[in-house]
Write a new protein. Structure first.
Length: 280
């Protein structure tokens, strides 16, 4: 999900992620089947990732996406064309554009689904998922939502980030499910993975893959710091004393944003004000 942005931040994302995105093979083990749901909040659409160890016949699918049998059958057709079957589906978080189709995909594929908050088979931080020789490590990255997970694919030095880090733009941290303090901590955690060389590439939930994970995470951290400073300045300029500080910040910081994304902007502002300890 791409948030509103009133002005470009000082730090710019790597230029290699500014091109149009249509999915396809990205690493030796990861292939993206792009869902047909493009829009202001979903960029080119939701990335459904098919993960398959070379030579294996059991695949993992990450985020089957929104309702729509055509997309789900395209995922299954891709897996079948590679001589494999879906053995497991995992979810990065519960938002509809990622998880709505999970029950239907389970019917079509016959494969179980694992996520946070999904019962006795919940995924948790540090869990290791092994399917057909493929290894995925679960990295808890709450903030965008309380249940947000990322999945490290060590063999490809890649991290599947859902909506925590996107391939283009920056993500929404929307009150009340989104929590900015937790999100900033998650960015620090991902930065540590990229700084140590464990992760060099990001496979996001929307937008193109990111070949320079470290640069993208640095951009995200700078953007968040700059946005918080803009909100502090808006509050100092009078938004704090207005009947509705959210609308005051919206007018000052997000004035140039298209009105179609104002609802998301308001939720983001509420998360920012909560983080700053400002009542609204």
């Amino acid at each position: 999900m791409t948030p509103p942005s009133a002005q470009p931040p000082a730090a710019q994302p790597p230029p290699s992620v500014r091109e149009p995105w249509a999915g396809g093979a990205v690493t030796e083990r990861a292939h993206c089947v792009l869902a047909p749901n493009p829009g202001p909040m979903t960029l080119d659409g939701t990335n459904t990732w098919v993960l398959l160890e070379p030579g294996a016949t059991d695949a993992v699918v990450v985020d089957p996406g929104p309702h729509g049998d055509a997309h789900l059958r395209a995922v299954l057709d891709h897996v079948s064309a590679r001589g494999a079957r879906v053995a497991l589906t995992v979810l990065t978080h519960h938002h509809h554009d990622h998880a709505e189709a999970a029950p239907r995909f389970a019917e079509l594929s016959g494969a179980p689904t694992r996520a946070v908050g999904d019962g006795h088979d919940d995924l948790g931080d540090g869990d290791v998922v092994r399917v057909g020789g493929l290894e995925l490590r679960v990295v808890a990255t709450p903030g965008h939502t309380a249940d947000s997970l990322s999945f490290a694919l060590p063999a490809d030095h890649a991290l599947l980030t859902g909506d925590t880090v996107l391939g283009r733009g920056t993500t929404v941290v929307a009150h009340p499910d989104g929590e900015l303090g937790a999100y900033l901590d998650s960015l620090e955690r991902i930065a540590a993975l990229t700084g140590g060389g464990d992760v060099t590439r990001i496979l996001p939930g929307h937008g193109p893959s990111v070949p320079d994970a470290s640069a993208m995470v640095a951009f995200y951290r700078t953007h968040r710091a700059e946005r918080l400073e803009q909100v502090r300045q808006a509050l100092a300029d009078g938004a704090a004393g207005e009947p509705d500080p959210v609308e005051g910040v919206l007018a000052r910081v997000y004035a140039e944003v298209p009105q179609e994304v104002w609802p998301a902007a308001r939720l983001s502002i509420r998360a920012q004000l909560d983080h700053l300890g400002v009542p609204w």
